[in-house]
Design a protein around this ligand. Sequence first.
Ligand SMILES: Cc1cc2nc3c(=O)[nH]c(=O)nc-3n(C[C@H](O)[C@H](O)[C@H](O)COP(=O)(O)OP(=O)(O)OC[C@H]3O[C@@H](n4cnc5c(N)ncnc54)[C@H](O)[C@@H]3O)c2cc1C
Length: 310
Amino acid sequence: MIEEILKNVLGNRVKVSTDISPFLTLKTGVKVPYLFVVESLSDWLKVGRLLKEGIRIFVIGGGSNLVVKKPDPQVLFVLNRYAKKKLLKEEEDKVYIKVSSGYPISKLVKETVRKGWGGLEYHWGLPGSVGGAVYMNSKWTKPLSYVGDVVYEAVLLTPKGEVKKVNQEYFKFSYDYSILQETGEIVLEVVFALKKEDGEVLYKRAVEAYNYRRKTQPFGVFSSGCFFKNISLELQEKLSLPTTSAGYLIDKAGLKGFRVGSFEISQKHANFIINKGGGKIEDLEKLIEIVKKRVKEKFKVDLELEVVIF
Ligand SMILES: Cc1cc2nc3c(=O)[nH]c(=O)nc-3n(C[C@H](O)[C@H](O)[C@H](O)COP(=O)(O)OP(=O)(O)OC[C@H]3O[C@@H](n4cnc5c(N)ncnc54)[C@H](O)[C@@H]3O)c2cc1C
């Protein structure tokens, strides 16, 4: 039934039983029943038609914050490769650029810094897509800077297949949060409002953030970035902890280098889980449970996942 509807709308562009590990930075191997690679707005409108027919979909952007556990056979996985960018409007001190959601965020950051357009510079080196970064409201903490800070408006696709335009307030952006995590809406296009600044100053900020990443995070390995959310300031104060960092708690729980199967807590940054190759999802799940249990026992903190497990 689902296969027939997918074939009707997508023809032979729907791929059956596809290994998606190449599209996930943690490289967890899993086959999805149906995969459609979106390359344009008209492809997204086809997805809209499928939503109207009751098909459920799941979007993979850059796959840099994602683990797919056991794919539901009734779900179409959509790999977002819709990557376009356009300068919409230029004011004396601001520019407005429209960027499609499959655009690589790291590419966008480099291009805007080079142009002297400020607001995204601290995300130099952030993997993933524009859509994923908006959904997660991806951040840099030194100084605190969210991708959502410079979102002006966006075009979304609702779970019922309707296209709608929303402004920044709609997203209710906060730490690791946008309203999309509740509504299930998909980002199609985003307009960013960026401030005209000295390109050299922007580049300096970008390089500082990038160098800090290189110094503190594991590179050239399979990971999905920070696995757990940092705790709130209120909880930090209540428990008299020296920091909100989940990595600190995992480290002090003695878990650096701890391994289950092919998954290991990074020696360099305890909030990074690394897949040493061929890791099984069951082992990852065991490791997550051990981390949560040990941190709870030692600090009375219930760690929450930052990575999306679907
Ligand atoms: C080495 C490394 C470093 C990282 N550093 C940081 C960092 O500094 N700060 C930070 O915040 N994160 C960081 N991350 C995590 C990750 O890169 C970000 O969260 C990123 O923005 C996720 O984007 P993505 O396109 O890869 O999303 P995906 O992993 O593909 O998806 C994540 C979630 O977003 C949803 N999604 C994706 N696209 C859309 C869309 N178009 N519309 C609606 N929902 C969508 C997916 O369905 C899924 O639920 C890091 C990851 C790695 C591997």
